[in-house]
Write a protein that binds this ligand. Structure first.
Ligand code: NAG
Ligand code: NAG
Length: 361
C-alpha cells in the first residue's frame, strides 16, 4: 500500500499542480492584496492554458463569480462590477507558471474566498485564498467624562470613530514621571479608565493608542485635576466675564445702530432707490439660470427650471434694457417671473427660439 501511495504521489506530482499553499490574507481597506497562485506544468499537459479566478462571497447566497480569466492568450477582466478595474495578473508572462493577481484599493465588499483554477489538459488544479479586509482604527477621540475635581469620580475615554474588531487599547502618561497612577494600572489596556477619588497628582498629559491587526491610531488627553472651589470660582468668573462682554457688545451695537439711522435719515432718498435695485439677486441666479436654460432646451420644463429660465431672460436682456431696468418698477424680477412662467408653461416649444433671440416677449 505504501508503494501504491508513492506511485500515486509520483503520478500526480508530474501533472499540473499549484505550488502555493492555501492561505488567508488580511489587509486594510484601500490597500492592495496580492493573491498568490504559482503552478508547475508537466510534459503531458499539452492542451491550451486556461486560468480562471473565482470569488465566492462570504454569504453563501451568491454563486461563485468569475473575476478574471486568461484564455487563448488573452486576458478578460470585465466580469464582476464590484471589482471593475481593480483586478490584475501580476505576471506579464502567465505561461511561465505565475497566475497570481493583485486586487487594488480594497473594499469591505471584497471579503471572500478566491479560487485560482489552472487548466492545461489533461492537467487541472485549483487553490483557495481567503481574503479579509479590515478597517484601520481612525478618528480616535480622547476625553474626560465627568468633572476633573479633586475627590471626584470621572472617566477617561478613548473612542475610535471606526476600526475593525478586535481593537487593543493602551494608555500611557506622557508628562512628569510618565508613570500611570497605580489605581489605574488594571485598566491601562481598556477603552475607559474609571478614576476614583481624583487627586491633583493625576494631572498631566495622557495618550491612548488603539490598534488592530492592520493599523493603529492615537489621541492625546490633557487632564487638570483642580480643587472644587477653584473650579466653581473659575466657572463663575467665566460667566460674569461673558455677561460683561455681552453687555458691552449690546451697548456698542445700539450706538452704531443709532448713528446709522441718523445717517440713513439724511440720505434717505438715494438710499431707498439703490436698495430697490436687485443686482445681487440677478448675479446669484446666473449659475442656476444656465442650468435652467439647458434643461428647457432639452424640453424638460419643471417649475424650478421655468423659474430659472425666467431669470435667464431677465439676465439676457440687451444691455440698454438692463440699464433701464432699475428705473422701471415693472421689470423687477419677481414681477417679470410670474407672467413669463405661465406663458412658458403654455408654449414650451417656443422657449429655445426665444432664448436664441435673447429678447423678452
Ligand atoms: C502587487 O501588490 C504588491 C503589494 O501587495 C506590490 O508590491 C506589487 O508590486 C504589485 N504588483 C503589481 C504587478 O502591481
Ligand atoms: C480620597 O483620598 C484622600 C487622600 O487623597 C483620602 O483622605 C480620602 O479618604 C479618600 N476618600 C475616599 C472616599 O476614598
Amino acid at each position: 500500500s505504501a508503494t501504491l501511495k508513492l506511485l500515486i504521489f509520483l503520478y500526480f506530482a508530474r501533472s499540473l499542480s499549484i505550488t502555493t499553499p492555501e492561505q488567508r490574507i488580511e489587509k486594510a481597506k484601500g490597500e492592495t492584496a496580492y493573491l498568490p497562485c504559482k503552478f508547475t506544468l508537466s510534459p503531458e499537459d499539452q492542451g491550451p492554458l486556461d486560468i480562471e479566478w473565482l470569488l465566492s462571497p462570504p454569504d453563501n447566497q451568491q454563486v461563485d463569480q468569475v473575476i478574471i480569466l486568461y484564455s487563448g492568450d488573452k486576458i478578460y477582466d470585465d466580469y464582476y462590477q464590484d471589482l471593475k478595474g481593480r483586478v490584475h495578473f501580476t505576471s506579464s508572462d502567465l505561461k511561465s507558471g505565475d497566475a497570481s493577481i493583485n486586487v487594488t484599493n480594497l473594499q469591505l465588499s471584497d471579503i471572500g474566498t478566491y479560487q485560482c483554477k489552472v487548466k492545461k489538459a489533461p492537467g487541472v488544479a485549483n487553490k483557495k485564498v481567503l481574503l479579509t479586509v479590515l478597517v484601520k482604527p481612525s478618528g480616535t477621540r480622547c476625553f474626560v467624562d465627568g468633572s476633573e475635581e479633586i475627590g471626584n469620580d470621572f472617566k477617561l475615554k478613548c473612542e475610535p470613530k471606526e476600526g475593525s474588531l478586535p481593537l487593543r487599547y493602551e494608555w500611557q502618561k506622557l508628562s512628569d514621571s510618565q508613570q500611570m497612577p497605580t489605581p489605574w494600572l488594571a485598566e491601562m489596556t481598556s477603552p475607559v479608565i474609571s478614576v476614583k477619588n481624583a487627586t491633583s497628582e493625576y494631572s498631566g498629559t495622557y495618550s491612548c493608542t488603539v490598534q488592530n491587526r492592520v493599523g493603529s491610531d492615537q489621541c492625546l488627553l490633557r487632564l487638570d485635576v483642580v480643587p472644587p472651589s477653584n473650579r466653581a470660582g473659575t466657572i463663575a468668573g467665566a460667566i460674569i466675564g461673558t455677561l460683561l462682554a455681552l453687555v458691552f457688545i449690546c451697548v456698542i451695537l445700539f450706538c452704531c445702530h443709532k448713528k446709522r439711522r441718523e445717517k440713513k435719515y439724511e440720505k434717505e432718498v438715494h438710499h431707498d432707490i439703490r436698495e430697490d435695485v436687485p443686482p445681487p439677486k440677478s448675479r446669484t441666479s446666473t449659475a442656476r439660470s444656465y442650468i435652467g436654460s439647458n434643461h428647457s432646451s432639452l424640453g424638460s420644463m419643471s417649475p424650478s427650471n421655468m423659474e430659472g429660465y425666467a431669470k435667464t431672460q431677465y439676465n439676457q436682456v440687451p444691455s440698454e434694457d438692463l440699464e433701464r431696468a432699475p428705473q422701471s418698477p415693472t421689470l423687477a424680477p419677481a414681477k417679470v417671473a410670474a407672467p413669463n412662467l405661465s406663458r412658458m408653461g403654455a408654449v414650451p416649444v417656443m422657449i429655445p427660439a426665444q432664448s436664441k433671440d435673447g429678447s423678452i416677449v
